[in-house]
Design a protein around this ligand. Structure first.
Ligand code: PLP
Length: 463
């Protein structure tokens, strides 16, 4: 083995004393800088051992140290470009926030706030005060509270209202949500006793009525967010169930899942009822997510009749699932946008992406194809493809939104390899493969991401 190269490697302290490294130490933890130096030297030593010819100039070594330092200190949770077209992509963080919500988060994060402080009286305030009246205004409910997410909303509500009680639910609504959240399990955990009625495809008023006659103390309806049963099916209309609950003087509560505040059906999308529909129908308590169709940050919203909401607010577990101030800031700002329907569709990314018109998507895909074709030369073939995107987030599983995409057929590698390389881009690009082509759906790509997207595709295809 040739030992001469080892002697040429500079010592750690020598590198640390260079002007450049001293400068990095101003901005990074000493432990990170030292580790980057040590790791780089170790890597070079290994290369020398293998007999590789390497440049051992200080400049060259420092460049490698800098790369190592960048890698060490890069954020693990990082922004990605969602080229899947799936608007509420749960693995990619569901709803992106409106600018107004982002600003509100920054404001709340930067200093102190009146989170639980009543500025008028100088006394203790309540964190729900910031959104309760907005939620009541938008849903028609008498009262509301917000918690960590909808799973917590369902658990807390059942724990308060159904602990040790028998709860009637249709067998057609025993849903499992992504990440194995099972309605039936959550009900059991909350102390409720399940009374399952009906069958998978059909449940009738009479089935509920029989359970109530036998002593069921609460009626639960669950939105079958992520699946549909089609064919020979029946579920009683909500109004009938409300009437039954009234007749037997038991509360009726509903897990709406996505919880749309605006009627997307009016814009030709999906079959999702609004929260207001349920409140108007007389449901006692409605629960839904903050980061699905509503388009805010992760939260669970519980709204309905004051007498029930007041009880839920006082439940000891409410503290364990309470909402964070940053989420609350995002939620308040997002809810304010809903006061003007046009503004909501314009500013809330989820609503905007769901309703982008097909001409705009076509133009965007054509522009992307033009620019990518110019820059990728003979490495791949590109075309504009008419396809469909999904809503995602376990919402509207049957809805196929017509869209346009860039389809890339790589010439020097498999589509799977290109997909992997795109994920390694900076920022990472998440796409999908269909029939030997990598599909870049423009629906979920923000205007400000195009430059990075084109650069990322160009680099990935040519590598
Ligand atoms: C998504 C969903 C939940 C869970 O909501 P999270 O906000 O993700 O906790 C519960 N119930 C239904 C019906 C859902 O669709």
């Amino acid at each position: 083995m040739d030992q001469s190269g080892f002697r040429e490697l500079p010592a750690v302290h020598r590198l640390l004393s260079t002007e450049q490294v001293q400068d990095w130490l101003q901005h990074h933890a000493r432990s990170d800088v030292v580790a980057a130096v040590q790791d780089t030297l170790e890597l070079l030593r290994e290369k020398l051992r293998l007999g590789e010819a390497i440049d051992l100039s200080i400049e060259e070594i420092l460049e490698k140290v800098y790369e190592a330092l960048q890698q060490r200190t890069a954020m693990h949770l990082t922004q990605v470009i969602n080229a899947t077209g799936t608007v509420l992509h749960t693995n990619l963080g569901r709803a992106p926030l409106a600018t107004q919500a982002i600003d509100a988060v920054v404001q709340a994060a930067r200093g102190y706030s009146n989170l639980e402080f009543d500025l008028a009286s100088g006394e203790r305030g309540y964190r729900f005060d910031h959104v309760e009246s907005l939620l009541c205004e938008l849903t028609g409910a008498e009262a509301a509270l917000v918690v960590n997410n909808n799973a917590a909303a369902v658990y807390l509500t059942l724990q308060e209202l159904a602990n040790d009680k028998s709860v009637v639910i249709s067998r057609g609504e025993l849903v499992e949500i992504g990440g194995s959240f099972r309605v039936s399990e959550v009900m059991r955990l909350s102390g409720a006793k399940l009374v399952e009625v009906g069958t998978t495809n059909k449940t009738h008023e009479a089935d509920y009525k029989k359970a109530l006659e036998d002593g069921a103390q609460l009626l639960l309806r669950v939105h079958t967010s992520n699946f549909r049963i089609c064919g020979f099916t029946y579920q009683p209309p909500l109004a009938e169930l409300v009437a039954l609950a009234k007749e037997f003087a038991v509360p009726i509560i509903e897990d709406l899942g996505s919880g749309s505040l605006l009627d997307l059906r009016a814009r030709g999308i999906g079959d999702e009822p609004t929260v207001k529909n349920s409140i108007d129908a007389g449901v006692d308590v409605v629960m839904f997510s903050g980061d699905k169709l509503l388009g805010s940050a992760q939260a669970g919203i519980i709204c309905g009749k004051k007498k029930w909401i007041d009880r839920i607010k006082k439940n000891q577990l409410a503290r364990a699932v309470r909402i964070d101030k940053l989420t609350l800031a995002a939620l308040e700002a997002t809810l304010r946008l809903y006061r003007d329907e046009d503004k909501a569709f314009e500013c809330i990314p989820t609503l905007h992406m769901l309703t982008t018109d097909i001409e705009t998507l076509h133009t965007d895909a054509e522009r992307l194809a033009r620019e990518v074709t110019l820059s990728i030369g003979g490495y791949a073939r590109c075309r504009v493809l008419e396809t469909t995107s999904a809503v995602g987030g376990g919402a509207m599983p049957l809805e196929n939104l017509p869209t346009f995409a860039l389809a890339i057929y790589p010439l020097g590698m498999s589509p799977a390899t290109l997909l992997t390389k795109l994920r390694q881009s900076e920022p990472p690009i998440v796409a999908r493969v269909a029939r030997e082509e990598v599909i870049i759906d423009v629906r979920t790509i923000f205007d400000w991401q195009y430059e990075a997207l084109i650069q990322g595709i160009k680099t990935a295809v040519a590598r």
